[in-house]
Design a protein around this ligand. Structure first.
Ligand SMILES: Nc1nc2c(c(=O)[nH]1)N[C@H]1C(S)=C(S)[C@@H](COP(=O)(O)O)O[C@H]1N2
Ligand SMILES: [Mo]
Length: 236
């Protein structure tokens, strides 16, 4: 669509406006505004982005953005503007509430022995997994979970303080951005309380960070929380 419309040379930013509105106090201004999110032109031109009017062969449900929404695969949910009303190309960066005030990540990172603080807009999805549940069939326990946020090579599971065990990733749809479901047969599961942790490994060898990794401990806001998840279960 952007190519057909013909983006001018000065255009660097593409803004997607939803139809939901509100009034916000910004400095001394009562500013009426729409929900809106922007992307750099190069990101917006990614041919994997979709303007969606159907879901599973049915018209898009109202709750999910009828009549039209953006789906930007590989980005956190906030990027997927629903109830799309307008697309604008700007010659400047766009910094509204949903780019620059809400949905920001404040990180403290060490650089050359100094703390450097950054505040960045929630962006591309990060490597993540979580154990979802434990099932029992004929006395055999199984841990089931999901992994997403990057091309997943493998998933490992740790029970209590044990070694990392390789989970089995389900076959099934090999869509580039689809969640991967995984499972692990839990051998010799003993009655009582247990802690189950998973970690995903992507095709570049990156490992999902532990909760005590500086990447996670230095993150002072809620969003982009891609640390390992530990779930506690009690077996009867
Ligand atoms: N117009 C509009 N689009 C929006 C939002 C919104 O509040 N208004 N919320 C965003 C957020 S934070 C998420 S997680 C997804 C949720 O999409 P879903 O309701 O289809 O799951 O929509 C995004 N798009
Ligand atoms: Mo969200």
């Amino acid at each position: 669509m952007l190519q057909e419309a013909g983006v001018q040379d000065q255009g660097i930013e593409v803004v997607f406006f939803g139809s939901d509105t509100g009034v916000e106090d910004v400095r001394d201004v009562k500013m009426p505004q729409h929900f809106a999110r922007s992307m750099a032109l190069a990101d917006a031109l990614d041919p994997r982005n979709l303007l969606c009017y159907e879901m599973n062969g049915e018209p898009l449900p109202q709750l999910h953005g009828f009549p039209l929404r953006l789906i930007a695969p590989g980005w956190y949910g906030i990027a997927n503007t629903k109830w799309l009303e307008r697309i604008e190309v700007l010659p400047t960066r766009y910094e509204n509430r949903f780019m620059a005030r809400d949905y920001v990540t404040i990180r403290e990172q060490q650089r050359d022995g100094q703390s450097v603080w950054t505040e960045t807009s929630v962006g591309r999805a990060l490597l993540k997994s979580a154990p979802a549940k434990v099932t029992r069939e004929a006395g055999q326990y199984r841990i089931v979970g999901a992994a997403w946020g990057a091309p997943i090579a493998s998933v490992e599971v740790r029970i209590d303080a044990g070694p990392w065990l390789p989970a089995t990733i389900d076959e099934g749809e090999d869509a580039e951005f689809a969640w991967k479901l995984w499972s692990l047969e839990w051998a010799n599961a003993a009655a009582g309380e247990h802690a189950i942790t998973s970690r995903a490994i992507d095709t570049q060898g990156n490992i999902q960070p532990a909760q005590d990794d500086p990447w996670i401990t230095g993150k002072h806001t809620y969003w982009e929380s891609n640390g390992q998840v530990t779930r506690r279960v009690r077996l009867a």
